[in-house]
Design a protein around this ligand. Structure first.
Ligand code: 13P
Length: 306
């Protein structure tokens, strides 16, 4: 009998087939991880603990190793797995990144899934970089996420006005390009641009995010073209009705960072304990109210073998 725990690719397939979703919570400060795990457990929600490269270069999550070590201390595998979020090939300041080295380190340590983000590059180069990571990670049974299209927000410099951006559809993922991208890379999950934006990480990062909308027409066209799990980045502040509809239309992973980071940063100076309690409370609220994913672990069964 196979008693190995299921791989992350299998768990995502379970979520996708059941038309539910797996939230991923970003950890820009190491102490935030414990209350996020506690909130997932208390809501019986299966979720990912995530760290993106900019969370160790621009915040204080420490790096791939420190995040992994902290995760070993606080994880609860009935409710959590560890994901390496955005490792860009060209970063938000237009610098070249050793993305193969970073992702290779995470795969070697035992992260459950990884993301390579070559979305700032032309299509051919995005395909080549993603394929390189897929070959490396799949050899170790690790699932890979990539991005196609422009989910804005992390760039240095001002963002264009949101409504203008949405109306023009500028940067939205092209379904035919997505079809080719998935066929040629063999990637497991695709992050797409359909209207959401990332929370700001520059000096304006304490400001409230815009209330984003999503193009469900574009989402449908992409899903029909690729038939794999679609990932929604920029999960904070999207109007709720769009989030719930997007799960019905093929989104099975939703990334959330700003919603739980801002309350932590707002209270940290005053009281580290209250800051951590705020992370717990906000994570619970996001799971229950914004995403309606309470109890999802009872659908996904993270411990039940494949
Ligand atoms: P938000 O900051 O909008 O929640 O976005 C998170 C994200 O997409 C991380 O990859």
């Amino acid at each position: 009998m196979n008693s190995m725990p299921p791989r992350m690719s299998e768990l995502m397939l379970r979520a996708w087939r059941a038309r539910t979703a797996i939230p991923g919570f970003n950890i820009p400060y190491l102490p935030m991880m414990a209350p996020v795990v506690r909130a997932l457990r208390d809501a019986r929600c299966f979720g990912l603990i995530m760290v993106a490269r900019l969370e160790w270069t621009k915040f204080s999550s420490g790096g791939i190793g420190p995040i992994f070590d902290e995760y070993q201390k606080v994880k609860d595998e009935d409710f959590t797995r560890l994901h390496l979020d955005h490792v860009p090939v060209i970063d938000e300041d237009h610098l070249t990144v050793d993305y193969v080295g970073d992702i290779g380190e995470a795969v070697g340590l035992g992260y459950d899934s990884v993301m390579v983000d070559a979305s700032r590059l032309p299509l051919e180069e995005n395909i080549a970089a993603t394929k390189r990571i897929v070959d490396m990670a799949h050899a170790k049974g690790v699932a890979v996420e990539a991005e196609l299209g422009a989910v804005l927000g992390h760039e240095s410099g001002p963002m264009p006005p949101y409504e203008e951006l949405f109306a023009s559809g500028r940067g939205f993922t092209d379904p035919e390009e997505a079809r080719r991208f998935v066929q040629e890379t063999g990637v497991d999950w695709l992050s797409v641009a359909i209207g959401s934006v990332h929370g700001v990480i520059s000096e304006k990062r304490t400001e409230k995010k815009v209330q984003a909308r999503l193009s469900l027409e574009r989402l449908d066209a992409i899903r029909e073209a690729i038939n794999i799990t679609i990932v929604l980045h920029g999960g904070t502040g999207i109007r709720k009705e769009y989030i719930i509809d997007s799960i019905r239309h093929g989104v099975a992973k939703i990334n959330v960072a700003t919603a739980i980071r801002q309350p932590y940063e707002a209270l940290l100076q005053e009281s580290p304990e209250r800051a951590l309690e705020a992370v717990y409370a906000e994570t619970l609220r996001v799971i229950r109210e914004d995403l309606e994913l309470e109890g999802s672990a009872d659908i996904i069964h993270p411990s039940r073998p494949a």
